[in-house]
Design a protein around this ligand. Structure first.
Ligand code: NAD
Length: 300
């Protein structure tokens, strides 16, 4: 049944991101064997044409490529490592792709364990959110051997449109954290600037339009403006529903802080931003879009 261009892919973790990513692999013609702990996620994947497995171990049987999309480091280490871990079950010569956003140290640990078993592994966290996952336009930010990335390329291309190779194992995770740390800082700073303008009677839309073509121009002014009513399609204009959750940003800033420890890197703004998103979570906005952080300083 298997062809060279369409190896069997095992896909573990069918949440907000993994579900639509696995569906895009099916659409591209890959035979996909899936597993998740949540029955509803398995039903949705079956409806999309994937073959549902009773366990992760069953899902990787016969698979030449294994993709995982799990919440955090502990889930990824828990899945792959240890005597009962998946690395001991994956077919010899198979390629492992972990697309979860996890600590670079965890990614290196799992990649080393994979290498010890003779399995190639790349970390390939993504940018682009649930909309990018559904549309198949994700950006993959990859760490690992160039040869492993070349083997992964047809699979990644079925789920995304940009692929960046950042270096060896863990480098994809480091780069992803750098991007999200800068984004978290820029969003909080943009919200603060607009709040200052509004406190002086400025129109937030006029101020944002000026900023969007001036030196503070960013994704936060142009696409995901944090002020309600400025951009009709931004989460801020629909009660901060949808988008990229505050608590996911908080998680990524925590990973950035962890990654800074022990390297001598100073991230004063990243740490400040982490505290702001933590305060925003404590104010009850953890599940809302991260641009809701502006509410910490917004009076109107
Ligand atoms: P999610 O919580 O919706 O999905 C995770 C899935 O993994 C769940 O369905 C869960 O049941 C499953 N799972 C957990 N442990 C498992 C195990 N041992 N075996 C099988 N399944 C298991 O999370 P998500 O939003 O899809 O995010 C996944 C990853 O992608 C996270 O690391 C997140 O930080 C990252 N990410 C998310 C977004 C986003 O916008 N949601 C954007 C970029 C990156």
């Amino acid at each position: 049944m298997t062809t060279t261009s369409h190896p069997i892919v095992a896909f573990i973790g069918l949440g907000h991101m993994g579900g639509p990513m696995a569906a895009n692999l099916v659409k591209a013609g890959f035979p996909v064997q899936v597993f998740d702990l949540v029955p509803a996620a398995l039903e949705a994947a079956a409806a999309a044409g994937a073959k549902v497995a009773a366990s992760a171990i069953e899902a990787v049987k016969g698979a030449q490529v294994v993709v995982s999309m799990l919440p955090a480091s502990r889930h990824v280490e828990g899945l792959y490592l240890g005597e009962d871990g998946l690395l001991a079950q994956i077919e010899a010569g198979a390629l492992v792709i972990d697309s979860s956003t996890i600590a670079p140290a965890s990614a290196r640990k799992v990649a080393q364990a994979a290498a010890a078993r003779g399995l190639a592994m790349i970390d390939a966290p993504v940018s682009g959110g649930t909309a990018g996952a559904a549309a198949g336009t994700l950006t993959f930010i990859v760490g690992g051997e160039a040869e492993a990335l070349e083997r992964a390329r047809p699979v990644l291309s079925a789920m995304g449109k940009n692929i960046f190779h950042m270096g060896g194992a863990g480098a994809g995770q480091v780069a992803k954290l750098c991007n999200n740390m800068a984004l978290g800082v820029i969003m909080a700073a943009t919200g603060e600037a607009i709040a200052l303008g509004v406190a002086h009677g400025l129109d937030p839309a006029a101020l944002s339009q000026m900023m969007a073509v001036s030196t503070s121009r960013s994704w936060a002014t142009e696409v995901c403006n944090p002020w309600p009513g400025v951009l009709p399609n931004a989460p801020a204009s629909r009660g901060y529903e949808g988008g990229f959750g505050n608590d996911l940003m908080l998680k990524d800033l925590g990973l950035a802080a962890e990654a800074a420890l022990g390297t001598g890197a100073s991230i004063p703004l990243g740490e400040l931003a982490r505290n702001l998103y933590s305060m925003n979570s404590q104010a009850g906005r953890g599940a809302l879009d991260f641009s809701s952080v502006v509410n910490l300083v917004r009076k109107a």
